[in-house]
Design a protein around this ligand. Structure first.
Ligand code: M6R
Length: 615
């Protein structure tokens, strides 16, 4: 992952680079660093841990005039891939005090390159794959190439997914930048130019953005940006005007972004709904653009929480539209030689629109000739730009690493896709569509009611917080939610958690049941609830502590459960269909409160990043 940003031609470039890094911390927060050129020398500050450590040190060193804030600087916020989290491996990676590089991605052939460079007496001070880049620059500059030529020779050598920025003491007014699969955008200013991992990292500097395409490289000076394509031809890329800054993103009085994002669901989900539904009458999803012109099968690819949304989508689309759906983990799809028989289109789901696994799955599907569409929150992201048809969830920036409002909004879009396909291919009548839409429009209010369960969930969090392991169970539509509940709990609280289809317990996982292990089950009466209750009983008989989050009917049938949380009554025939959306709320609240109780870093859990741009 990692975030990179750089500036040429603006006074106090380092201060402004740090402002950019603040907006990129979602990409990684293991360590951070900056470098700038001062009187022909590279000066640099790198620190382990969150960006605020770098900010404090920078403020101190500039105040004491140990670090001079000049007009060319680059910065980095790291999510470690190669090499431990320490200052040595923090970027900028600087070779021979001559070339400084910040890099996002992985140089896959770095070992081979490193070996060669070592044999040529080049020095390596870090364990990173990145360090081959500045060393290669030095090698080619020494051979008599200028900065641009050297950068091109570096590009010929390195393989992998990357976005990097290089600065050199011999070329004090230039930045060399390049990207391949990892995102990189250039910002255009007045007598100054900028580059960053995303447009937001520069929105305090400019609203004119150029997205580099794969294989592009560029030289930035204060008054010129020259972009070259992968064949080294000078090229023009479209200038996009990004929206004016939406104001500083705040926690709005909440302790954490995640808490705020959970609580804003009733107010942002209407934005998702109104993007794809016209009141309670009709839908505005274009089936042709989805590439679904005749009834075949649909492929959905995604990662993490977005993958669990895809699983729910499969259940809905198959049930409502009677169309077979294959759901694939994006990280697996392109490596398993998939059979596309009967498939004409792929739908990918990604909050960030930047997950590299998902992007690669999308590109692979394109190569196979499939039409592409995506459910995306971040407009202008790489996937958004590459896909044939985007369906934007429009729930605003999600800052907490845990996916919350983006999950529920993805579900809403998938549900509306299911109805749209059902209308075209399964002869769903207008009155039924109107009923679906009526209940979809009631969702924000229903979510608000689910949020009223918070105090009860806090009491469950007290019980779970000291457990070593927690099991989540669900059946039918709520099976993917069991997986999601477990993912949410483990990523935030670091408690081992697993989700299972309740019926699968007896095929193995039941061996995990021991005295007092919490088993959380999400359940609504759907006509099959007795089966799920039997599965729960089997766990209870073996000593598990049963926590049942369910409706009146199921709770009545599960007297044995140790803790019962009664969900608000939703008296409608779509209760079971919509249960994955509603039950997401207690799942999110539970993970949040357990993490809070345990004092973990809720918004930036260890080892994670919001946008996962490595494979
Ligand atoms: O941005 P994406 O939806 O593509 O991200 C996919 C996953 O990385 C993401 O959902 C991840 O699993 C979250 N941390 C879950 O809360």
């Amino acid at each position: 992952m990692c975030g990179v940003v750089a500036i040429v031609g603006k006074e106090k470039a380092s201060t402004l680079v740090i402002e950019g890094l603040k907006k990129l911390e979602y990409r990684g927060y293991d360590s951070a660093g900056i470098a700038s050129l001062n009187n022909g020398l590279i000066q640099s500050i790198k620190l382990e841990g969150k960006l605020e450590n770098l900010v404090n040190e920078f403020n101190l060193l500039t105040k004491e005039k140990v670090y001079n804030d000049t007009s060319i600087a680059l910065g980095h916020t790291r999510w470690a891939t190669h090499g431990n989290v320490n200052i040595k491996n923090a970027h900028p990676i600087i070779s021979e005090n001559k070339v400084a590089v910040v890099h996002n991605g992985i140089i896959e052939n770095y070992l081979e390159l490193k070996e060669k460079l070592l044999s040529e007496k080049f020095n390596f001070k870090s364990e990173t794959d990145t360090e081959v880049i500045p060393n290669l620059f030095i090698k080619y500059i020494r051979d008599g190439n200028n900065f641009l030529e050297s950068g091109r020779l570096v590009l010929k050598d390195i393989k992998g997914a990357f976005a990097f920025i290089a600065m050199c003491t011999d070329y004090p007014n230039q930045l060399f930048v390049s990207r391949n699969s990892s995102p990189l955008a250039i910002g255009l200013g007045e007598n100054s130019n900028f580059v960053g991992s995303d447009a937001q990292s520069m929105n305090h500097l400019t609203d004119r953005i150029v997205y580099l395409e794969d294989g592009d490289h560029a030289i930035l000076t204060l008054n010129k940006v020259k972009i070259y394509d992968k064949n080294f031809n000078l090229t023009n890329r479209k200038i996009i005007n990004i929206k004016a800054e939406i104001g500083f993103i705040t926690k709005g009085g909440y302790k954490h972004f995640m808490e705020k994002e959970i609580h804003e669901q009733p107010s942002v989900i209407p934005q998702t709904i109104s993007s794809f539904a016209v009141g309670k009458k009709s839908l505005k999803i274009d089936v042709d653009k989805l590439g679904f012109t005749d009834k075949g099968s649909l492929l959905i690819c995604a990662a993490g929480t977005s993958f669990y949304a895809a699983m729910v989508g499969k259940y809905w689309i198959e049930q409502i539209a009677n169309i077979p759906v294959t759901v694939d983990l994006a990280s697996e799809y392109r490596y398993r030689k998939p059979c596309i028989f009967g498939q004409k289109s792929i739908l990918v789901i990604s909050q960030s629109g930047e997950s590299l696994d998902t992007l690669m799955a999308l590109r692979y599907a394109k190569e196979l000739g499939l039409r592409t569409s995506a459910v995306i929150n971040v407009e202008g992201s790489t996937i958004d730009r590459e896909v044939d048809y985007s369906l934007h969830t429009r729930v605003g920036p999600e800052i907490g690493v845990a996916s919350t409002k983006s999950f529920t909004s993805q579900l809403v879009v998938l549900y509306l896709i299911a109805i749209t396909l059902g209308k075209r291919f399964n002869d769903i009548k207008q009155d039924v569509i109107e009923k679906h839409l009526k209940f979809i429009n009631m969702l924000p209010r229903a979510i608000a009611k689910m949020l009223e369960l918070e105090n009860k969930i806090i009491s469950i969090a007290q019980i779970i917080k000291n457990s070593n392991s927690v099991i989540f169970l669900g059946r039918g539509f709520l099976y993917p939610l069991a997986l999601e509940g477990a993912l949410k709990l483990k990523e935030l609280s670091y408690i081992h958690a697993e989700g299972f289809a309740a019926g699968e317990m007896k095929h193995g996982p039941i061996a995990l049941i021991e005295n007092d292990i919490p088993v959380v089950m999400f359940l609504v009466s759907d006509g099959y609830e007795d089966k799920a209750i039997s599965n729960l009983q089997e766990a209870y008989s073996r000593g598990a502590k049963i926590i049942l989050i369910s409706d009146k009917e199921c709770i009545k049938k599960s007297e044995f459960a140790n803790l019962k949380i009664l969900i608000p009554e939703f008296n409608n025939e779509f209760k079971s269909l919509l249960s994955p959306i509603l039950m997401s709320i207690p799942a999110q609240l539970l993970a949040y409160h357990v993490a809070k109780e345990r004092g973990t870093d809720v918004d930036q859990p260890r080892n994670l990043a919001k946008s996962v741009t490595v494979e």
